[in-house]
Design a binder for this molecule. Sequence first.
Ligand SMILES: *Cc1c(COP(=O)(O)O)cnc(C)c1O
Length: 334
Amino acid sequence: MSTPWSELPRATLAELPTPLHRLPRFSAAIGADVWIKRDDVGELGLAGNKVRKLEFVLADARRRGADVVVIVGAAQSNAARAAAAACVRLGLRCVLVLSGDQPHETAGNLLLDRLFRADVVRFAGTTDWAELEQAAEQVREDLRARGASPYALPAGASSPLGAVGFAAAWHELLGQLDARGATASTIVHASSSGGTHAGLVLGRALTNGGPRVRAIGVAADIHPDPAAQIVALASDAAGLLHADVEVTAGDVSLDMAFLGAGYAAPTPEAASAIRLLAETEAIVCDPVYSGKALAAVVAGARDGALPGTTVFWHTGGYHAVFAPPHGDALLDGD
Ligand SMILES: *Cc1c(COP(=O)(O)O)cnc(C)c1O
């Protein structure tokens, strides 16, 4: 079937469609009908939502003749790890420009980055995203001076092409629901760099309706105005698709109430939601991203705000439970 993105180059990196299934025990426990979209499942480098974006983004890098990808991210960035994994598959070099301090242990995604042979350029103490972008530009300049052809990836691989990956994901989900004669009222997902939400709301605009999409903010400082950034991403993605749709601020739903003290700061609500999903369904979420979105699902059920069927979009990153200090925080209060 022809879709608005079938003309765009696309690398095969994700195993699509990712599974969609109901969560019977979790649903009974919270008193709502909850399904789960399993972007945590996939065979490339521990999977996650970034892989969908990278299918379009890295196909573009290849088409432009790039030989090295430069991406900025947090030290435990899932996007950086997924980019490193995807670059292995596509025969590209990958340079990661990561924020924050050098951790004592090479754990979690940093360990995987090393296994995937990414070059890591870490800037101790720099957590300012604008500074990080400047540092990445310097890295690209040095690469160009040495005859390489670098390709720039923004945080979270959230370029307009990355958002296209999630417009396609919307289409995939609606097809899966339709095939089962099911409809959803609400989709809930974690949001940081905005590409996931931008793609889903663009998908919704393209189909002229469907489930409402609720983004749960898990990072506050990547963009000065995250909602405006989401609208801009969705609009630019619509432009790439030559789609005659408009995405406005009214289409964006970004709830920062589950962020807690900030990006990667544990919250008791997320820890308890993670424990509940694990003990009812044996599915693992992480405290940085998906756990905070899952906490919003639990709160929404409690407040009667989730009528009908809710799809919890598991965006991956579950292996963060192994990276210190998350393990102990997860069991606190257990
Ligand atoms: C990056 C990420 C998100 C957020 O997606 P964005 O498109 O950056 O908003 C959610 N969950 C996980 C596990 C992620 O790695």
